[in-house]
Every structure is written in C-alpha cells, then in structure tokens.
Design a protein around this ligand. Sequence first.
Ligand SMILES: [Zn+2]
Length: 148
Amino acid sequence: MKNNSSAGTKATRYSELKTMLEERRRDLQAEVQGKMRDVRSEGAWGGKQNEVLDAVESSEADIQDEIEFALIQMKSETLNKVNDALMRLEQGDYGNCFECGEEIAEKRLRALPFAVRCKDCEEAREVAEQRERQVAARRGATSLFLDM
Ligand SMILES: [Zn+2]
C-alpha cells in the first residue's frame, strides 16, 4: 500500500466526487421527470389524435413512444448506477481501481463516473483483450482449416 495522501486531500476528493455524482443525479432526475411529463401529456392528446391518424401514422407514433420509453428506461438505469456510486462513496469503495486498488484519477471519473479501473489497468486490459482476440482469430482460422 503506497497511500500517503493526507486526510485533507482525501476529504476534498470525497466532497468533489460527491458533488460530481449529485450533480449528475440531479440532471438525470430532471431529464427523467421531464420526459415522463412529455409522454404523459402526449398520451392525453394521443387518444383524440389517434382517431384521425391513419394506421401508418399511429404506428409511427407508437414507435416514437417506444423510443421515449426506452430512453427513460436507460436514464433511470443510469440514475440507479449514480445512486449506487454515491452509496459506495459513502462506504469508501468508490473511485478505487478494481485491479490495483489505487485511486482512479478524478478527471477520469468525471468523464466515466462508473469506471472501475484506473487508466493504466484499463489500457493493460484492452491490450490483453486485443491479444486474446488475435489468438482467438488465429485459432478460428486454424480450426476452419481442420474442419476441411
Ligand atoms: Zn489500476
């Protein structure tokens, strides 16, 4: 363990990450609520509009609704992740690398709040994955020959 950061910087990091996550949560909540309102008000009008819309147009409206609902669902899933991250932050397990245990840079967390690895470990993993893919591709090609 090479953890020589003072209690002061830890507290700053904690409050900065907390603010970052809370801001994200607020934005997501506002977006989800705004979209829900849109869908609901469209739904109220939709009943009457559907009477005049022909089948093609109303099925297009259905697709629109489905896209809206999918978006809301996606946003609420992200919202759950943000809540989860905030909980982990409280417990002190947010923002540390899953592989090496070092703190993940705050800049990285701002860009990728659900990152579980530090930049170095992520890059190492990508290289390893690429190598695995190459090996798998070669193996695939070989087995193709063997099958013949
Ligand atoms: Zn790491």
